[in-house]
Design a protein around this ligand. Structure first.
Ligand code: PMP
Length: 361
């Protein structure tokens, strides 16, 4: 039997075993075609079937209303940080909510293209929380308001999304897309790199409202215009076919788990096990995020000192846990419990944490 690690990697991250096994079973010959899906034309009926079905699954699972486009782009969510201001600023100001490391990258990139405004920030408390929605200051003439739904590094997550009134709302959902139900109609655009909850790296899903896409100056390269990809069903150039196929399998797996409501229930239970281990430790483990901003995806915590944290990582690795070392910018520990991380892995981690405390507390 295959030995699978307790994989808590932050991204690329665990994929469902069933999905990997299905991909394996059709790796060499894809559905009677005599070749793998990587070897066929992206303009042929077989690939196009997978491509369009993947859009259909996203529409169904997220309940995407009429009037939205689904795009499969490349260059990761990081490229979206630039494409957004390139397409939508056009002399206006982009408003951003500063929630942590990824929001900061999005703002820095926008500054290369125009002016930005910080609508709210949690920098004063080291990004341990999502700023309270009633403190948001969004000028009405902002080109958009950009938020980072889940800060992967700090381990915070919006529990509710802001109502930006007439200002179009854009969300980076890279680390929590498909982890809970979402009302897409609240947003002018959402986007996510695939490598956490959707599949392998290589494809970025963008969902954008038709009327938000406007003409852009000729100085914006063809590949960096949303319009190009809308007009060509994301087949303007060669798409990352294998990644999109994997997203298709992951979406079918999510469907089989009861869709987003079912997935959310599991995510709440899974992250709950680990938060419970933190909260029951009497201060041996300290959660980084404030309780009302805790992420279901990335659970960040610290021990008394770095030496003990190093010992924790080493001991966890010896027990088959992978990826628990926190990001270098925050330090400490981080358990990323995305959709595909099994309940058993979270249970094993909670048990390991209790045991480690017993022998080191
Ligand atoms: N935004 C968030 C919230 C992320 O977690 C990441 C990746 N960790 C990115 C953006 C950047 O994504 P990519 O590596 O796909 O460019």
């Amino acid at each position: 039997m295959t030995k699978r690690a307790y994989n808590f990697n932050a991204g690329p991250a665990a994929l469902p075993l069933e999905v990997l096994e299905q991909a394996q079973s059709e790796f060499v010959e894809f559905r009677g075609s005599g070749m793998s899906i990587m070897e066929m034309s992206h303009r042929g009926a077989i690939y196009e079937g997978v491509h369009n079905e993947t859009k259909q699954l996203l529409t169904e699972l997220l309940g995407i209303p009429e009037g939205y486009q689904i795009l499969f782009l490349q260059g990761g969510a990081s490229t979206q940080f630039a494409m957004i201001p390139m397409n939508f600023l056009q002399g206006r100001t982009g408003s951003y909510v500063m929630t942590g490391s990824w929001a900061d990258k999005a703002v820095k990139e926008a500054k290369n293209f125009g002016s930005t405004h910080i609508a709210a920030s949690s920098e004063a408390n080291q990004f341990r929380s999502i700023p309270s929605l009633d403190t948001f200051n969004v000028p009405e003439d902002s080109a958009y308001l950009h938020i980072t739904s889940n800060e992967t590094i700090e381990g915070t997550q919006f529990q509710q999304y802001p109502d930006a009134g007439s200002v179009p709302l854009i969300a980076d959902l890279s680390s929590d897309i498909m982890s809970r139900p979402l009302d897409v109609s609240q947003f002018a655009m959402i986007y996510a790199g695939a490598q956490k909850n959707l599949g392998p790296s290589g494809v970025t899903v963008v969902i954008v409202r038709d009327d938000f896409i406007t003409e852009v100056p000729k100085t914006v390269p063809t590949m960096f215009r949303y319009e190009t990809h809308v007009k060509n069903n994301s087949l303007y150039n060669t798409p990352p076919a294998y990644s999109i196929y994997m997203v298709n399998l992951v979406l079918q797996w999510i469907k089989g788990k009861g869709g987003l409501a079912g997935i959310e229930r599991q995510n709440r239970e899974k992250s709950g096990l680990i938060y419970q281990a933190i909260d029951a430790s009497g201060g041996f483990y300290n959660g980084f995020a404030e309780k009302d901003s805790r992420s279901m995806m990335n659970i960040t915590f610290r021990l008394q000192n770095e030496e003990l944290e190093k010992k924790f990582v080493k001991a966890s690795e010896a027990e088959g846990f992978v990826g628990l070392k926190g990001h270098r910018s925050v330090g400490g520990l981080r358990a990323s419990a995305y959709n595909a991380v099994p309940y058993e892995s979270c249970k094993a981690l909670a048990q390991f944490m209790a045991e480690f405390q017993r022998t080191n507390g």
